[in-house]
Design a protein around this ligand. Sequence first.
Ligand SMILES: Cc1cc2nc3c(=O)[nH]c(=O)nc-3n(C[C@H](O)[C@H](O)[C@H](O)COP(=O)(O)O)c2cc1C
Length: 360
Amino acid sequence: MGVDRVGVDVEVDVFDFGDLAVPIVAAPMAGGPSTPELVAGVTEAGGLSFLAAGYKTPEAVALQIREVRARTDAAFGVNLFVPQRNSYDAAAVEEYRARLGETARRYGIDLPAVREFDDDRFAEKVDLLVDQRVPVVSLTFGLPPVDTVRRLRDAGSAVIATVTGPDEARAAVEAGVDALCLQGPEGGGHRGTFRVEDEPGTTPLIELLDEITAWCPLPVVAAGGISDGARIVEALAHGAVAVQLGTAFLRSTESGARTAHKDALADPQFTDTVVTRVFSGRPARGLANEFIAEYGTAPAAYPQIHHLTSPIRAAAAEKYIAGDMALWAGTGFREASPDPAGTILRRLWDEALVSGAARG
Ligand SMILES: Cc1cc2nc3c(=O)[nH]c(=O)nc-3n(C[C@H](O)[C@H](O)[C@H](O)COP(=O)(O)O)c2cc1C
């Protein structure tokens, strides 16, 4: 990533992973976990951290950016969902809606009408990030229009595309982004696959890293199932410039995750994670719970299924019923600890330094 990029009207210093005191990124986590406090806690400790603009209004994102800047001068990022317009099987969605009826009745909820679109204010969010000259902008669920990449870069932002395999990585390089976030199958939450209907690959993160860093001219950030120092060292040794961790920060003091979600990550009754479409219609990894067991499969229809199950998940979270919540978690969820985010970051990096020294 370069420095001193000449923008439209001004010369700007562009974020460079090499300048990080600690090459650990706290992942964007939409739906509540990512907060300005979490961003400040991580960036002040020497890492990079993201606000998650997915599911949020531009006004709410603007407020969070202001809150971050009131807390820290350090570089931070904002993550966007690339808007989805997919074709889907409407009859299968209606059938799934009928199946959900029983759970909805248990919570006294009327399921909403099917909504087709997840973010009709994407363009306003891009305008906001350009206006605010946010140091790093990452995107998931596909590539943004070329013009969006250009505008963000002209404003001085480093633009990162989330990819889950070599084909997506090649497309992202061609789109002119500054870096890739490579998400392996071990990761918690949604897979960033470009197309809703694609079944996510199962090649482990480290193999993907080897395959992609062998030819990719851009810096690659590695994400997915990284929860301790040894895995950090391994990812860096396989060519990553930094590692991106979500689950490791989910239970942090500053995380806005629901209490039932935080508690479930440490609850011995939850022993496994699985990849499922039952909550949103897109593949995502979370703790195996009753809802997943009951519904089994769901149509590949995002954001339609997301909107259908949303009131059930919210009501379950209110009532502290983890069995009906989307308990997003990566494979390393047992290592997530309830400490301040800066403490977690420093502990992970200390572990990595010890582990790296032990390896020679
Ligand atoms: C609760 C949760 C929410 C997430 N939300 C987003 C998001 O809004 N945007 C994004 O690009 N990635 C999101 N992710 C994925 C992370 O960017 C990252 O790839 C993943 O957390 C890495 O795996 P790990 O959780 O095992 O560390 C989310 C992950 C979790 C656990």
